[in-house]
Design a binder for this molecule. Structure first.
Ligand SMILES: [Zn+2]
Length: 194
């Protein structure tokens, strides 16, 4: 699993300033693997392809190295610091995913895929399954932050199987107000949304 524990709290940054501020504090931060302080150094970036911009690459994560070179006391392992507004492994923005989920809940998956585009229908089906697998984990994480809001019957999707998802999205919006609640989730709870 890339040497990174699944249960570990991760680091996210919302913009370049936040990443730079983090990078300047690296010497004060304990390594998430060996807990030694003072050995972390920047270790380049991970790149991926950007959505809707064929051929262009985008930073997928920043890498940090716990240095064991030149007799330094680090463990020699690396970890990633992730952009809060992206979905890992998909080069998909959190806003695009959120738009897709809202449309999928309100109507049909097929209509949501047509409206959002950017990815093949097969990829969106895979993303939808990935989100469904993550739902209970998301609900638990949100409940630690605020109780789920009451949803009036008029706001519930006509399709009964979509109702749990409608509740999760309303809960997400209650916990993280603003235009990009999925990024807020990742940044604040220090875990991936899906
Ligand atoms: Zn270390």
């Amino acid at each position: 699993m890339h040497g990174e524990s699944v249960d570990e709290k991760r680091w996210f940054y919302r913009n370049a300033d936040e990443w730079n501020a983090f990078a300047q504090r690296l010497k004060l931060i304990p390594c998430p693997h060996c807990k030694v302080v003072g050995m972390l150094i920047k270790h380049g970036s991970l790149y991926g392809y950007d959505e809707g911009n064929s051929g262009a690459t985008t930073v997928r994560a920043q890498r940090v190295f716990c240095s064991n070179r030149n007799k330094r006391r680090g463990c020699g392992r690396t970890f990633s610091v992730w952009p809060a507004h992206k979905i890992r492994r998909l080069s998909l923005s959190t806003r695009t995913l959120h738009a897709f989920l809202r449309l999928a809940v309100a109507g049909t998956i097929v209509a949501a895929i047509a409206a959002v585009g950017q990815r093949s229908a097969r990829t969106w089906q895979r993303i939808w399954r990935r989100f469904n697998l993550a739902q209970s984990k998301i609900r638990t994480a949100l409940s630690a932050r605020c109780p789920p809001p009451e949803l009036p019957a008029t706001e519930l999707p006509a399709t009964p199987s979509r109702r749990p998802t409608a509740h999760v999205l309303a809960h997400l919006q209650a916990a993280f107000k603003g235009a990009d609640p999925v990024a807020g989730f990742q940044h604040t709870l220090r875990t991936f949304f899906v």
